[in-house]
Design a protein around this ligand. Structure first.
Ligand SMILES: Nc1ncnc2c1ncn2[C@@H]1O[C@H](COP(=O)(O)OP(=O)(O)OP(=O)(O)O)[C@@H](O)[C@H]1O
Ligand SMILES: [Mg+2]
Length: 329
């Protein structure tokens, strides 16, 4: 039996539906990510699960029990928000202990649990500090500790890393995943960052305009987008209509085609029918914008050395791996 089961969940704000029929299940210990653009309903869905926003219809089963009628405190759910919302007048340990005080856990047990969880997020040495004496990444770890200390049945993380710089983000996402695995904690993580979703998740639910448009593991979402939205949201696909695809492939094509930029190759050997329009250096990858048979494409090539760079205006041969072409709706 699944540990979390969302059935026909529906939410409307003053006549405007945010989502009208959300259904999914999550296994115990699974780390799933809701990925989607701004405004698609990710936070609203998390808030409904946490009980911070009422739902209009549907069921949220947690370990077999419908938690929709329960108030947030009774759900056994921990949530971390994008803005960490720490109490500024409380120290790190007081912030973390707050939830235990609400649960009337006695002082000795509380102290032990706070110390354990601060160790888990590597903040023992900061227990006596106040939030204004911490960095953003440290505040975010306090927020995580605060939600873990109550030993939730389900952990909800709403873009917990988006305010942090790239290096700390990477470090913290590894730390979150490691803690989640150690505790076997069933987790729903929200992000609009495809890289974050692809690297962290057991399974991804791709959302658009209040609907889950595709779900699966990172490989399946990356390699087989179901529609133009999925192809444009994950992996910088080239999406061609049937007519452009027919011209490019020089055979009749009946549907739209998505082509990943890194499956295309450029070379000085072969027919030089492809014009380098321009290029940009993305670090380890060079992204070329090329034109071939009247079709514009993005081609990503590994940046091995400056000597390999094709200058703008150069003519080269394009190779297409036909097994990497995806038909999309
Ligand atoms: N309290 C509210 N009252 C009315 N409309 C709301 C309310 N909260 C959210 N909405 C609307 O519901 C839709 C979904 O919002 P939500 O915050 O769930 O999006 P999101 O996917 O989390 O976006 P982001 O990535 O920007 O955080 C948006 O169109 C938003 O304007
Ligand atoms: Mg949001």
């Amino acid at each position: 039996m699944s540990f979390v089961s969302i059935e026909h969940l529906q939410k409307t704000y003053s006549g405007t539906p945010v989502f009208s029929d959300i259904n999914f299940t999550i296994s115990k210990g699974e780390f799933v990510t809701l990925l989607g653009p701004s405004g698609c309903g990710k936070s609203t869905l998390l808030r409904c699960i946490a009980g911070l926003t009422p739902v209009d219809e549907g069921k949220i089963l947690l370990d077999g029990q419908d938690i929709v009628p329960l108030n947030p405190q009774k759900r056994g759910i921990g949530m971390v928000f994008q803005s960490y919302a720490l109490f500024p007048n409380m120290t790190v340990e007081q912030n973390v202990a707050f939830g235990l005080r609400m649960q009337k856990v006695n002082a000795n047990d509380s102290q032990k649990r706070v110390s354990e969880v601060l160790q888990l997020v590597e903040l023992n040495d900061f227990a006596k500090r106040y939030p204004h004496q911490l960095s953003g990444g440290q505040c975010q770890r306090v927020a995580l500790a605060r939600s873990l200390v109550t030993r939730p049945r389900l952990l909800l993380l709403d873009e917990p890393l988006s305010a942090l710089d790239a290096r700390i983000r990477k470090h913290l996402r590894e730390q979150i995943r490691q803690i989640q695995r150690e505790l076997g904690l069933t987790t729903i993580f929200v992000t609009h960052d495809q890289e974050e979703a692809l690297t962290m998740s057991d399974r991804i639910f791709l959302m658009n305009q209040g609907k889950i448009v595709q779900s699966g593991n990172a490989e399946s979402l990356y390699a087989a987008p179901v529609d133009v939205f999925a192809a444009s949201f994950i992996g910088n696909y080239n999406v061609l209509d049937a007519e452009a695809a027919s011209r490019l492939l020089q055979r009749p094509v009946a549907s739209r085609i998505a082509i990943r930029p890194e499956t295309l190759g450029l070379s000085l050997q072969g027919e030089p029918d492809t014009l380098i329009r321009n290029h940009s250096l993305l670090g380890n990858v060079i992204r070329y914008r090329v034109e071939v048979r009247g079709v514009e494409l993005i081609v990503d090539v590994l940046n091995r050395s400056a000597a390999d760079l094709y200058p703008d205006g150069q003519r080269v041969a394009l190779s297409i791996d036909s097994s990497a072409l995806c038909e999309v709706a």
